[in-house]
Write a protein that binds this ligand. Structure first.
Ligand code: FES
Length: 146
């Protein structure tokens, strides 16, 4: 079926780039250091995500364990184990591969972390909202506010 927006004789327009949100400066994410944690909404409900640098690449996931849907950091922004090799859930010790979020040990079984798309450009880290994971609206009332 032809693209309705295509002009005859010209190649079709590429799809628009998904919009992105600034997250932090590249320098805020040291190699295997503390993660950058931020608020999002997943399916319209409050959630938190985190980004960290591992082997030079910025990766990001929802802060939600595949074992029990709870936050995993043992101190705010601290997700890596003592050897700075695995993402470690502080609740029951599930371990995840930082590069892809796959469970590699503990009670997370065949589960994996929910990825959040990120990109780094010009010294800035961006994240890409998806259909399911969105920014918190500016006019969202704080929990418990009238
Ligand atoms: S809640 Fe993460 S290992 Fe159980």
């Amino acid at each position: 079926m032809p693209d309705a927006a295509a002009t005859p004789g010209l190649p079709p327009e590429p799809p628009p780039e998904p919009s992105r949100e600034p997250l932090c400066a590249s320098a805020d994410l040291a190699e295997r250091g503390k993660a950058w944690v931020w608020d999002v909404q997943q399916w319209g409900r409050p959630a938190r995500a985190f980004a960290l640098r591992f082997d030079g690449i910025v990766v990001a996931y929802l802060n939600r364990c595949a074992h029990v849907p709870t936050e995993m950091d043992w101190q705010p922004g601290e997700f890596l184990d003592m050897d700075r090799r695995w993402i470690l859930c502080s609740i029951h010790g599930a371990s995840y591969e930082p590069s892809d979020g796959r469970c590699v040990g503990g009670p997370c079984g065949r589960g994996r972390l929910t990825p959040v798309r990120v990109a780094e450009e010009g010294g800035q880290v961006y994240w890409y909202p998806s259909r399911d994971i969105r920014p918190v609206p500016f006019d969202e009332p704080a929990p418990g506010s009238p």
